[in-house]
Structures are given as C-alpha cells and as structure tokens.
Design a protein around this ligand. Structure first.
Ligand SMILES: [Zn+2]
Length: 278
C-alpha cells in the first residue's frame, strides 16, 4: 500500500513538472499565434536589453524564481505573467494526476485496460493546455481560433470512446454510441451559444466560436467524471452550458469580457474538485 502511494506521489510530481514545461510552450503559443508567427523557430531574448537568452535563463518557472524576476544581464524586471501561466499549467496537470490515481497504477499493472486510463489522462492534459491558450489569447487580443479550440473538442470526444471501451471491456457498439452522443451534445452546446447571440442580436465572431468550441470540449471531461452516473453527468453538462451562455451574453461588449474565458475555466476546475470529494 505504501509502495502504491509512492508511485502515485512520483506520478503527481512528474506530471506537475511536465505541466510547467508545457506552460512554457503555451507562453510562446499565446504570444505568437495571434500574430500569425511560427511557434517552432526563433530565439528568445530579453524584452528590455535584447540579450539572447541562454538555456539556463529559460528553465520554465525556476529561472524566473532563481533570478527573482529580473533579467540576468540588465536586471530589468521580467513580467511575472510567464511564470504565472507556467504555474497554472503545472497546477492543471497536477490536479489531473491527483484525479487519476489509476493512471499511476498502470505502471505496476499489466492489465491492458490501464492503458486506456493513461490515454485518457493524455487527452485531458492536451485539452487543458488548449483551454489555457484559448482563454489567454481571448484575454489579450479578443481573438479566437476555432482551429486551436479543436485541441480541446476532439480529445473531449475521443475520451468518450476510450472511457466506454475501458469501463465496458471493449464494447465497440456502445463506445460508438456514446461518441455519437458526445458529438451531439457538443454540437448542441455550440449551436445554443450561437442561437443566444442571434436572439439577443449580439455579434458572433470567430473568437466566440473558438471559445464556445473549447468549453464544449473541456466540459466533456468534467461531465465524464460522473462515469456510471450518466444522468448526473448530463445534468452537470447542461447546467454548465446554460450558465456559460447566460454569462457570456451578459458580459459581451463590456471591458471585463476579456476575463470570461478565465472565469469559465475556473468553474470547470471547481466542478472537477467537487466531484473528487463527493
Ligand atoms: Zn535584459
């Protein structure tokens, strides 16, 4: 038993570190994607002195902490925002690891079904990373990228296939049925969002579509935590959809609208934590 908890602890630790590294990549995505720039090329440099940054200056989160938020070369303060996004991504990966104890046990278990659980964890963190990028780009620029939102929506739908296979011991027919339901309720989520804009005569931009697709996808994961209680999962999903739509419409056109993505994501995280404790 102690051995199992050691493995669980190690899994949580490395998942958190991995999240911090992915958060560093997200900083690049959030900064460059709205400008239409490539995310794979180019050196990082200090925004103040233009000094090219070395590997030791680019260790996610830890370089910033070690240098006390200052540039190594010119001592100009480095905005805490990069470290905050890295910490947030680390936190999401850590939370996902805590919620998926079975994923850690996969290392010890030869049962093929644990692979599904590990794949589910990977899909979840991809969707979580896409959601962080979507909400921060919306916050910064008011732009939205439906292409980026697909990184939350497609893993959300795929996780249905996986989870049904996992819990029903490879029942393809049932799995495809639940995948179809996941596609349907995601489509309903986005259509209701668009319809609410049409009814209130509000504009519906590509930014809105990107955000709505993203949250339709990430909410699938929150709803699936109610495995075995599909009715409660569905009620959770639909309640969230209604609250999300009312909130988004009420905030549209206000200066504080840029925070709506961040608030919507915080609610998903709270729902997941509540589920873990009940
Ligand atoms: Zn500098």
């Amino acid at each position: 038993m102690i051995y199992l908890y050691t493995i669980y602890g190690i899994f949580i630790f490395f998942a958190t570190l991995f999240g911090i590294v992915i958060g560093s990549f997200l900083n690049v995505v959030i900064y460059r994607v709205p400008e239409g720039r490539t995310i794979s090329k180019g050196h990082s440099m200090c925004m103040s002195c233009g000094h090219e940054l070395a590997a030791k200056d680019l260790v996610p989160l830890f370089s910033w902490l070690f240098l006390r938020g200052k540039c190594r070369y010119c001592k100009a303060p480095v905005p805490s925002r990069y470290a905050k996004i890295e910490s947030l991504t680390g936190l999401v990966f850590m939370l996902a690891a805590i919620l998926h104890k079975e994923t850690a046990l996969w290392i010890l278990n030869t049962d093929v079904y644990f692979i599904y659980d590990f794949a589910y964890y990977v899909l979840f963190v991809i969707a979580g990373a896409a959601t962080i990028a979507t909400m921060m780009i919306y916050h910064d620029t008011g732009k939205g990228f439906p292409g980026l939102a697909l990184y939350a929506l497609i893993p959300g739908i795929l996780s249905t296939t996986l989870l049904t296979l996992y819990t029903k011991k490879i029942d393809w027919v049932l799995s495809l049925k639940y995948t179809a339901i996941a596609c349907l309720i995601s489509a309903i989520f986005v259509i209701l969002c668009k319809l609410s804009a049409f009814i209130t005569k509000a504009e519906y931009t590509k930014a809105d579509l990107g955000m709505d697709m993203d949250f339709a996808g990430i909410m699938l994961f929150a709803a699936y935590l109610w495995m075995g209680h599909y009715d409660v999962g569905l009620i959770t999903y639909l309640s969230y959809a209604v609250a999300y739509i009312i909130f988004r419409r009420a905030m549209k056109g206000r200066a504080s609208d840029r925070y709506t993505g961040i608030i919507a994501a915080a609610v998903v995280v709270i729902l997941m934590i509540i589920r873990y404790f009940i």
